[in-house]
Design a protein around this ligand. Structure first.
Ligand SMILES: *Cc1c(COP(=O)(O)O)cnc(C)c1O
Length: 384
């Protein structure tokens, strides 16, 4: 039986040197339309997490839908501004912001620093004073919520390097409120990535509600609550679930999070915006027949898409050249590392040398994480 595959412009692909990333512009736009309509229902502000994919064309399209940007480096702040995100919609997170990066963000007048430590707050205050400006600050708080996701991408538990612990928040707020060149405007949370068990977000809402009650008792009501990113996508069935369930996601916060008068909810989705619109397209270099296995050796490797090697991540693989009944293969790259395996024992339509395979759901944390290890070329990208 022929196996299901997505819709791809195969004739066009034949003219392009592999491996390359292919982005489906129409799917990206449909996703952005839904994000826009579901978030504006409740007046929520969405900041796209640039680190998921900073391809300049992708950034420009996302910016054109009026989203803000969530950045984790000075270069991301710069790229966001060049792509058309207004500085007044940019938030900047990260545990190790350097003086240079802080200065860059201050010069652009970004919306807010999501600050993660006391020494960082001290430096932002000093640098802002030197420039004669005031820096908006949201405190990144570690809510100790289990995101039920891979341990490498869980960030909201206590033993983490990110953010302030809940019990220290009031003391830290006192420091920020007293600092001359800091303006405390909100609280920020980010509990992890590829979250598919949405009860984690309900747990987060409970923690935020408790904290807000506690702060209100001290007379503190901050204008912004930022719940971070992390909404998961369906890697198993990209053909059936091409767009994450933003309707349920935003409704969950509307139902569970008790916002005060005048408060704005912000969020920072990355993966769920761009993952499904991207595929890594690769050509089969050899089919190697082993004693117990068949290997499809492809021209893409972990240097082009590192998620399987780094996080044991699954990407659906399809042979888009062949319609012949399937066989089982290990799909491997050419890199001199035994972890350079995209997937073992995959059912694919019969594979021959020269066939094009696609690794699906690769629009997030794909192209941007590519490296030149083995002196390979960086993968090209096309958007159609
Ligand atoms: C990585 C990150 C995000 C985006 O996470 P996704 O899982 O891609 O949605 C959002 N906010 C912060 C602070 C991050 O570090």
């Amino acid at each position: 039986m022929e196996l299901l595959k997505g819709n791809f412009p195969i004739e066009k692909f034949k003219t392009i040197e592999t491996p390359f990333y292919y982005y489906d512009e129409s799917l990206l736009r449909q996703t952005l339309e839904i994000i826009k309509s579901e978030s504006t229902k409740y007046g929520y502000k969405v900041h796209y997490a640039v680190k998921a994919n900073a391809n300049a064309d992708i950034l420009r399209i996302i910016a054109s839908y009026g989203l803000g940007a969530d950045c984790v480096s000075g270069n991301e702040v710069q790229a966001a501004i060049e792509a058309g995100f207004p500085a007044s919609d940019i938030v900047f997170a990260g545990v190790g912001k350097t003086d240079k990066e802080i200065n860059l963000a201050l010069s652009h007048g970004i919306f807010c620093f999501n600050a993660e430590s006391l020494p960082e707050l001290e430096v932002i205050n000093e640098l802002a004073e030197k420039k004669g400006v005031t820096a908006n600050i949201a405190l990144r708080i570690n809510p100790n919520v289990d995101a039920h996701t891979h341990h490498y991408i869980t960030t909201g538990l206590n033993e983490n390097k990110f953010g302030f612990n809940l019990e220290d928040v009031e003391d830290v707020m006192d420091v920020v409120i007293k600092a001359k060149n800091l303006n405390l405007i909100g609280v920020h949370f980010h509990i992890g990535s590829q979250i598919t068990d949405l009860s984690s977000y309900e747990d987060l809402c409970v923690k935020i509600n408790d904290l807000q009650d506690q702060l209100e008792n001290k007379g503190i009501i901050l204008p912004n609550v930022n719940i971070g990113g992390g909404l998961g996508i369906n890697y198993e069935h990209p053909n059936h679930f091409p767009i994450a369930d933003f309707e349920t996601y935003f409704r969950l916060f509307n139902k569970n999070l008790h916002l005060r008068e005048g408060q704005t909810l912000h969020c920072e989705p990355g993966r769920s915006v761009v993952a499904q619109c991207g595929s890594l397209v690769t050509r089969v270099t050899y089919v190697k027949i082993g004693t117990t296995k068949k290997f499809a050796i492809v021209d893409a490797g972990m240097t082009d898409l590192i998620r399987p090697a780094l996080y044991e991540a699954y990407h659906r693989i399809e042979n888009i050249t062949s319609d012949e009944p399937g066989d089982t293969y290990d799909v491997v790259g050419p890199i001199c590392e035994s972890s350079d395996v995209f997937q073992k024992d995959v059912r694919l339509n019969k594979v021959r040398r020269g066939d094009l395979l696609v690794l699906r759901s690769a629009g997030a944390y794909g192209e941007i994480m590519a490296s030149r290890y083995n002196l390979r070329e960086l993968p090209k990208a096309i958007i159609l």
